[in-house]
Design a protein around this ligand. Structure first.
Ligand SMILES: [Zn+2]
Length: 143
């Protein structure tokens, strides 16, 4: 169980990556001029973007189902009456299924979207770990 949440990415974190990035022989003034005069052909731009994205992905990737990174510590959850949980994906999937009954001419497409959303269900609440209680959940239906 995590005792503290992961540190969010700050502007200073990104500035540090930019300052540490190997711009070959260019100084920051040269980089500024190159970006201003010819931004489309700077070969280092994708590598710098990748370095920034790597940091963002490391810190910002939503935890996968079951991951405990963002869940409250058990000692804190023990103090809370955790409510039943239905994921937003499954809530919307249930609405789509109901719409299919009301609009049979679109039923096929509506059921496809409902299935897609149920497949995207996080399965558990990312903060409490409570399992998704949708009665139409694939696991609940034994699929
Ligand atoms: Zn669900």
């Amino acid at each position: 169980m995590p005792d503290s949440p992961p540190a969010p990415v700050t502007a200073e974190d990104i500035a540090e990556i930019i300052r540490a990035f190997p711009f070959d022989d260019y100084g920051m003034d040269d980089v500024d001029i190159a970006l201003h005069d010819d931004p489309e052909t700077q070969e280092w731009v994708p590598a710098l973007a990748a370095a920034v994205m790597a940091l963002l992905a490391d810190r910002w990737t939503p935890p996968p189902p079951g991951d405990r990174r963002e869940q409250l510590p058990d000692r804190i959850l023990a103090l809370v009456d955790v409510p039943a949980y239905t994921s937003t994906a499954c809530e919307l999937a249930d609405l789509l299924a109901a719409a299919a009954a009301a609009h049979p001419e679109h039923a096929g497409e509506l059921h496809e979207w409902a299935a897609r959303l149920r497949a995207r269900c996080r399965a558990n609440n990312k903060y409490t770990g409570a399992l998704c209680a949708s009665p139409n959940h694939p696991e609940a239906a034994g699929e």
